[in-house]
Design a protein around this ligand. Structure first.
Ligand code: SF4
Length: 252
């Protein structure tokens, strides 16, 4: 079974996907910026409730107080080596964003009016050999729609290509589970309090299936070519990655 998270790793670098599928951990540098993203992602789950209050900033301020103690329970592994001061600084950095976040929440009224079915539902398709867990599943009229929360940068328009592929993969899984058609999904940009709707396109559905097939080959032991634009400077696999490409890998 291929996970949607395998697809997101593949999009960063197919070789990273090879190493993670061979039992190596994707080492994440736990920087203050990374901790801020974890907090923002959790906080974004409360934006819909904040939208319905008279004073959204105070509401999210209280939510941050709650999260400053609960975040360690939720991200136990990731935050195990992080001291209290570092965590407090990251909470303070997120607190400084609350004004900007709340000034944008009103533009998402239609989105927050939808019924939230479940946070992080596991969706899986034997038929497509895919599984994953979108951040939220919402119901619009009678249709189930996936939504993902991103705490990194937001593009000026639309959404990032990687997010589009990830959302498309979740849409395929949701369609399978509910025997429905997913025409659009959502990306919630947590740092700005903005939600963008995305039309699920045919060529991206095709791309998801093509990547799935490439990951199947990787799981069968195939090492893909080192991409020219691979993010090697931020990668923990540099030491084990210096392998010459083969003729076969060039046609991957
Ligand atoms: S070192 Fe570069 S090519 Fe190798 S897995 Fe990492 S990002 Fe990919």
């Amino acid at each position: 079974m291929i996970r949607v998270s395998d697809i997101t790793v593949f999009l960063k670098c197919p070789r990273m996907c090879y190493f993670t599928n061979n039992g190596h951990n994707l080492v994440k540098d736990i920087t203050p910026a990374y901790i801020e993203r974890l907090i923002l992602k959790e906080l974004a789950l409360s934006y819909g409730s904040a939208f319905g209050t008279e004073d959204a900033v105070s509401f999210l301020d209280e939510e941050l107080n709650r999260l400053s103690t609960e975040i360690r329970v939720i991200y136990r592994n990731e935050l195990s080596g992080i001291d209290e001061d570092t965590l407090a600084n990251s909470v303070a950095a997120v607190r400084s964003c609350l004004g900007d976040i709340c000034s944008n929440l009103s533009s998402n009224g239609d989105f927050y009016a939808n019924e939230l079915v479940q946070d992080e539902p596991v969706v899986c398709s034997e038929k497509f050999g895919l599984s994953g867990s979108p951040d939220r599943l919402i119901k619009i009229n009678d249709a189930f729609v996936p939504s993902i929360i991103k705490a990194g940068n937001m593009p000026q328009n639309g959404i990032w290509q990687g997010d589009r592929i990830q959302l498309t993969a979740y849409s395929i899984l949701v369609e399978e589970k509910y025997n429905s058609v997913v025409e659009r999904g959502f990306v919630e940009y947590a740092r700005w309090g903005k939600v963008r709707a995305v039309v699920i396109k045919r060529h991206e559905r095709r791309k998801v299936l093509q990547i799935r097939d490439k990951i199947k080959k990787i799981q069968g032991g195939f090492m893909p070519e080192k991409p020219k634009d691979a993010p090697c400077e931020y990668c923990g696999f540099t030491g084990m990655c210096d392998v010459k490409s083969t003729l076969a890998s060039r046609f991957f």
